[in-house]
Design a protein. Sequence first.
Length: 84
Amino acid sequence: MRAMLELINSPVSGKVTEVLVKEKETIHEWEPLVKIATEDGAVEKIAYGISGNIVSVDVAEGDTVSAGATILSLRDDFIITGSD
């Protein structure tokens, strides 16, 4: 099966407070990827329900993002772990 590139988008607007992954890193389903502080002061841990390899990280600590903005690209490995 051929790997699929997934664009991971921010579900919230706010300021990136921490990037928890690096390019070429392997991640597992629902592993926290980025932390974003919203305007109301909440800090959201952004995770995604697939595993794979990080192709690119498109944000850095201190960046301001809008809801829907791409924060990273992930190559899906199609390994089902049952963690979701």
